[in-house]
Ligand binder design. Structure first.
Ligand SMILES: O=C(O)CCC(=O)C(=O)O
Length: 342
């Protein structure tokens, strides 16, 4: 075929080996509340993100909207100034590319899809001595309605107990979202007996009263050590935390959050938005939706701008669900079979 006749998107598609999610992985995600996919992102890609992270800390890359680091400070001191960077996918191409990484979205498609909306990015620098994050539930911070939030935590350095890896309280994924009375937080207040918490995310368990909820699951907290390129997926309700970095090496991670693209999202990282939901500001990563969505600012290929690749690829006039097939893989299945959908 004459290359000039190829569709524009086909010419731009990077080499991409899809990640097929098994039914067993889906079940583990539901049973444990989290799922580790080893080596989902290549070492070369991790190195690119690490070089970018170093360049930010050294002042070689400027993050629009943030002051440049104080170059008068010694390097080690300067590095301590960076803890985490939020929502940089709106200003830096590389963050958008990792937010929409097709293999990460393959897994999300199976776990919470098939329609996936990309909401948020955080780059954790976690240099030696930097603090961890105490018990919290992510859906407390990022509400989605229906609640379909899922995090994807990409290890950029080896994450160990010593440098502050993630810990999950298995079983707590079934807990509601606890409201905080001190900050007028909604939580799952419709539950009569829910009670309230305070100081979510505080590392001190005598102040962070989610520790009392964690205590309902004795012996169920598991540490998740990870290698660069491993991705940890976790739902919005599971109690999790990380401890301070006590090592002399960094524990960097790139963390993104997503929901099913058919959930309403009354959230724009604390920034204003028009109307009753901010879906129109978040990017459609996979599938389709009847709700609004944004285009990626830097043109990373995804369902929003390349529906023929990442959208509803077959029977596009029919709704789809994720289902297990006879070979033990999660697949996208259209509805509309008269034998089943009466
Ligand atoms: O990476 C960490 O230390 C904490 C990350 C976390 O808890 C989150 O992204 O919800």
């Amino acid at each position: 075929m004459d290359a000039s006749a190829a569709p524009a998107t086909a010419q731009r598609v990077p080499p991409y080996q899809p990640y097929p999610v098994t039914v067993d992985e889906y079940v583990r995600f539901r049973r444990e509340g989290f799922l580790v996919v080893k080596g989902l992102v290549s070492r070369a890609e991790v190195e690119e993100l690490n070089a970018h992270t170093d360049a930010i800390m050294n002042g070689d890359v400027h993050v629009p909207g943030l002051p440049a680091p104080d170059l008068a400070l010694p390097l080690a001191e300067r590095h301590k100034a960076w803890e985490r960077l939020h929502m940089a996918h709106r200003v830096l191409e590389v963050h958008e590319r990792f937010l929409l990484h097709p293999r990460i979205i393959d897994v999300l498609e199976a776990l919470i899809g098939p329609d996936v909306l990309a909401l948020q990015t955080m780059l954790f620098f976690k240099q030696p001595g930097q603090a961890g994050q105490g018990y919290h539930q992510d859906a407390y911070y990022i509400p989605t309605q229906p609640d379909t939030l899922c995090g994807a935590w990409l290890a950029l350095d080896p994450a160990t107990e010593e440098n502050g890896c993630l810990w999950f309280t298995v079983g707590s994924q079934h807990e509601p979202i606890y409201p905080d009375d001190q900050v007028d937080h909604p939580g799952d207040r419709l539950l009569d007996d829910i009670g309230t918490i305070c100081n979510a995310s505080h590392p001190d368990t005598s102040k962070n009263t989610l520790a009392k909820i964690a205590a309902k699951y004795p012996g169920a907290e598991v540490k998740v050590e990870a290698e660069p390129g491993d991705v940890v997926f976790f739902g919005g309700h599971i109690l999790h935390r990380s401890h301070a970095n006590r090592a002399n090496y960094s524990r960097r991670a790139f963390v993104s959050h997503y929901c099913n693209a058919r959930s309403r999202v009354p959230w724009n990282h604390g920034q204003p938005y028009a109307g009753d939901s901010a879906n129109y500001l978040h990017i459609l990563a996979r599938g389709t939706t009847h709700l609004a969505y944004a285009q990626p600012k830097f043109g990373t290929l995804c369902a929003a701008n390349a529906p023929e690749l990442y959208g509803q690829r077959i029977f596009d006039d029919q709704p789809h669900s994720m289902m297990g097939d006879d070979n033990g893989f999660m697949i996208t299945e259209p509805h509309g079979d008269p034998d089943h959908d009466d």
